[in-house]
Design a protein around this ligand. Structure first.
Ligand SMILES: *Cc1c(COP(=O)(O)O)cnc(C)c1O
Length: 322
């Protein structure tokens, strides 16, 4: 175990923003059929009142680079409810760094609570049509936008890049400090794969016995696995040696409900019951699906209830506002 925090350089930033570090680790007794199964919940939803859990984890090291290089204007991409854009806009506002958000939306489309917050924090909003938005990962397109809007740095959609892959390790680092015995399994929702790649990266580097189970929140068999592998390769992580940690992504129509931001009566009922039983709010897009997925994996005995299981609550509640 290491004593030095990977993101130690940011301790002053953590204090200044009021980030709760480490985030709480809480035991929750799940009701699976008639049995009670104890699992642990890493409450990254409680990291901060505005900054969404895993988006802080992914951005932390990038923000450190922004500050040490004295960047005054940064940009990024996202949808009109994006947790990433929301978190980044808030931090940029607090740090007095200019922020331009390239939003996948029609200029005349209805406003969202997310975009209203952005404006209030002084962000500049640029609407991109579907065709332009599709070019968000193309080098020449991004360079063009940087030049046109005088940006010092462009952060990719969702904040997922090779920097975020090492930044996310702070989750495992905290778990190492909070629990004397390593966890057998960590479960989390997967959309762009950045958070999952970050956990695999840390577990590989520290030779932990923890297995990583991602729950797909969208229809993306093979696609999501290749996203995770691409991010691991970009961060030079060996993910397929005999010593590599075990990781997999669960794809199930009852869990992803047919796609990103899609839901079902069953998922909505699960979310409500979960709140009544545990007083923990789950967002619709990510955590309702991952917590429901965990429940299903226990119910079908895919997971052994005697193992030490931790589920990562990634936050995201701002995105539920309508
Ligand atoms: C973005 C997001 C995710 C997905 O994380 P990826 O790294 O893109 O896979 C999960 N939960 C919440 C709350 C998010 O905002």
């Amino acid at each position: 175990m290491e004593n030095v925090l990977a993101n130690e350089a940011n301790l002053d930033l953590i204090k200044w923003l009021g980030i709760q570090s480490p985030s709480p680790l809480q035991k929750i007794p799940l009701h699976v059929d008639d049995a009670a199964v104890d699992v642990w919940c890493k409450r990254d939803d409680a990291l901060h009142s505005v900054i969404s859990g895993n988006k802080w984890r992914k951005l932390e090291q990038t923000l450190h680079i922004c500050r040490s290089e004295g960047h005054t204007h940064i940009g990024s991409f996202g949808g009109a409810y994006s947790n990433h854009i929301h978190a980044l806009a808030y931090v940029a506002h607090r740090l007095k760094i200019g922020f331009t958000a390239f939003i996948r939306a029609h200029p005349n489309s209805a406003d969202t609570p997310t975009l209203r917050d952005l404006r209030q924090w002084g962000a500049k909003l640029i609407c991109l049509n579907r065709m332009d938005y599709r070019k968000r990962d193309e080098y020449s397109y991004v360079e063009g936008l940087k030049a046109q809007y005088s940006l010092d740095m462009m952060i990719p959609e969702g904040g997922s890049d090779s920097i975020s892959v090492s930044s996310v390790g702070s989750i495992m680092e905290e778990l190492n400090m909070q629990s004397a015995v390593p966890f057998d399994v960590i479960i989390l929702p997967v959309a762009s794969g950045g958070t999952m790649a970050g956990l695999i990266h840390y577990i590989t580097a520290h030779k932990l016995p923890t297995r990583v189970i991602g729950i797909a929140v969208l229809k993306g068999e093979n696609y999501l696995e290749s996203k995770v592998k691409d991010l691991l390769s970009a961060a030079s992580v060996e993910y397929s040696t005999p010593h590599s940690p075990k990781w997999e992504i669960i794809h199930h129509p009852d869990i992803h409900a047919g796609g990103y931001a899609k839901s079902s009566v069953q998922l909505q009922k699960f979310k409500q019951d979960f709140y009544i039983q545990h007083q923990i709010k789950l967002d619709n897009i990510y955590n309702t699906k991952s917590f429901f997925g965990l429940h299903q994996l226990l119910k079908t005995s895919y997971l052994d209830p005697t193992q030490r299981i931790v589920v990562l609550h990634t936050g995201g509640l701002q995105g539920d506002r309508t």
